[in-house]
Write a new protein. Sequence first.
Length: 255
Amino acid sequence: MTINYADVLKGISEKRLLPYNSTFAISSKKPELTMFSYTAHQDIATNLCYVLHLVEINLRNNLNDSFKDFVNKPDWMKSIALSPISLDQLKKAQQKVSGDFKEKGKKKKPTYDDYLSQLMFGFWVHLLNFQFNSSTGLDMNTFWTIHIDRVFPGRNGKDLNQIFNLLLQVKKTRDRFSHHEPLWKPSTSKYTKPNANENFIHSIEYMQTLYSRELECLKICQPQAFNYIHHIKHQDKFTQCCERYKEEWVALNLR
């Protein structure tokens, strides 16, 4: 079957493909290379974000369960002083849920779980920075003294600040993925134009670094989920996928 790559690329848009063409020195006369580089990075990103998904849901559930126990009621968000970032994201979630209920003509009021389902990853990450609440007497030191090993059962001696900084990095990956931005692009300062092979390989290796960071966070949040990743050989398959694309890229550029 003959593929008209020019037509395929039209459906993706020139603006979205520009970083690939410029960073990997792809000639406009070789649209098949543009499509290959785009496909390779999207394929790797999809596999990478499966682990990110597990980090997000385990962090959310661990924090939610622990805060409910800490304040002894399900709507714990009313009882702690949220960081400005978490508070802003909570308001956005409430507005979205209220808007959805109104649009669908629902007469009942949104529940706590309705709001919970709409909270972004950043909300949970920034909960690690919540402060003392003078009205309730709840404070972060007391919470973490009691619950740090429940929220992060695989922390292996890491303190809260170390975990927070790791999760912030993972959040940046999550944000780029949700905005359909290339996950490899933050590393562009290390690219050498017009070295197509070196740049392509570096971009893949950078995504492998992101994957390793996510695995580290997953192990901290839920060791058994981390073990499961190894049980299904997800990391092995991810590595094989990355190596295959590197080899195929080099071969294509030798033609």
